[in-house]
Design a protein around this ligand. Structure first.
Ligand SMILES: [Zn+2]
Length: 382
């Protein structure tokens, strides 16, 4: 199929021609004297030994596994009939691991979330280590978030957030006593989701049992990301009213645990339940409308209100659009086989998940800044 595979075939053919040549040369020597015959016999033995060594070496070399079409796949891997080629199936673990550097229909699914994971790991490290340039980086990040162009309100707000202000806020969180753990819970949940997703896409081609296990871990990861995303906004918005903190965080945690238990059933990991799974995730996400409306009413006078709302609206847009691509399998259903390597729905879904998480991260920074600046006494300060 590929030039490389053609090369491998040519290499395989070579020893056969040498062998033919040797057979003819040894048959010619039969007419010669005894010395020549025995001499030829010795050289033949040497050549045979060399050949055996060559064969052994070839055996030791890892086999290059070839990609296959949808129709050749084992039943457990038939998930998307609109992606026709470039599948890996029943690959040993080392081959699956190194296929991260090969082109197949999961390459971009792995990389989109692996890059997202590294990005969130970097943000976590920067926040944990409190590097002096943190504030600048965060300010830059917030400015470069796509939705900063949506409204002038958010743009003005971001431009007002000078690095000095952010540094004051960062230094102030120790003095003001604003807890940072809900922020790290969200970062941890996001990293778990992005990493488990990359691992799932890389190794689920290994075997049916591993495929089922990794799919369930992937779904648990998505659920974890949704639950942990609720922690910072609910915690910071209702910081001055722990009763609501408890009700909302308790509610979403119970929903999340229920979802994880439901998704642990291997039956629900199959393609048939794609819409059911998507609706389960979406309903968990939409649960957030209740505390969001409540928070907006309670904190209407909050000077950071518009910026927060814009970022959270962007997050909802990214997540819901991503879910739409996941369910409908657009665009590959329009042109089966065209988007096998790049541009199919799952890759778009992955990118939108990372963008949604980044928009939420920006919203949390605004909330943290608000709590650090105004504390509890000035809940509705303008
Ligand atoms: Zn995925």
């Amino acid at each position: 199929m590929s030039p490389m595979e053609g090369g491998a075939l040519a290499k395989k053919r070579k020893p056969t021609t040498t062998m033919d040549h040797q057979t003819s040369s040894s048959s010619a020597s039969v007419d010669n004297n005894y010395f020549n015959v025995s001499h030829n016999h010795v050289t033949d033995n040497k050549k045979n030994k060399k050949k055996k060594k060559k064969k052994k070496r070839n055996k030791a070399k890892p086999k290059r596994y070839s990609l296959m079409s949808y129709w050749e796949l084992p039943e457990y891997m038939k998930d998307n009939e609109f992606i026709l080629n470039y599948y890996r199936a029943n690959w040993p673990l080392p081959q699956a691991l190194f296929s991260v550097f090969r082109w197949h229909n999961e390459t971009l699914n792995v990389w989109t979330h692996l890059i997202g994971f590294v990005l969130f790991l970097g943000l976590t490290m920067v926040n944990l280590l409190r590097v002096p340039q943190v504030a600048d980086l965060l300010g830059f990040f917030a400015r470069s978030t796509p939705i900063s162009a949506v409204t002038n309100v958010s743009r003005n707000f971001i431009s007002q957030m000078t690095s000095q202000e952010m540094e004051i806020a960062a230094a102030g969180h120790e003095m003001s006593g604003v807890a940072y753990w809900p922020f790290y819970v969200f970062l941890g949940g996001s990293m778990f989701c992005l990493f488990s997703s990359s691992i799932c896409h890389l190794f689920s081609c290994h075997s049916h049992p591993l495929n089922l296990l990794l799919l369930r871990i992937d779904y648990a990861g998505i659920t974890m990301m949704i639950i942990t995303s609720f922690f910072p906004p609910i915690y910071y918005i209702f910081q001055c009213d722990p009763r609501w903190q408890f009700i909302y965080l308790g509610g979403i945690t119970i929903m999340g645990v229920f979802t994880i238990i439901t998704l642990l059933s291997p039956k629900l990991s199959s393609g048939k339940f794609r819409t059911f799974r998507a609706l389960l995730f979406a309903s968990m996400g939409l649960f957030g409308i209740v505390p969001a409306v409540h928070a907006s009413i309670v904190n209407w006078g909050n000077p950071r209100r518009n910026a927060t709302l814009v970022y959270e609206a962007a997050m909802a847009f990214f997540y819901l659009t991503g879910t739409g691509f996941y369910i409908t399998r657009i665009p590959e259903r329009w042109r089966p086989g065209w988007f096998d390597i790049a541009g199919h729905s799952h890759q778009i879904f992955h990118v939108l998940v990372v963008l949604g998480a980044l928009a939420h991260y920006a919203a949390i920074l605004v909330m943290l800044d608000w709590r650090n600046t105004f504390g509890c006494d000035n809940n509705n300060a303008t």
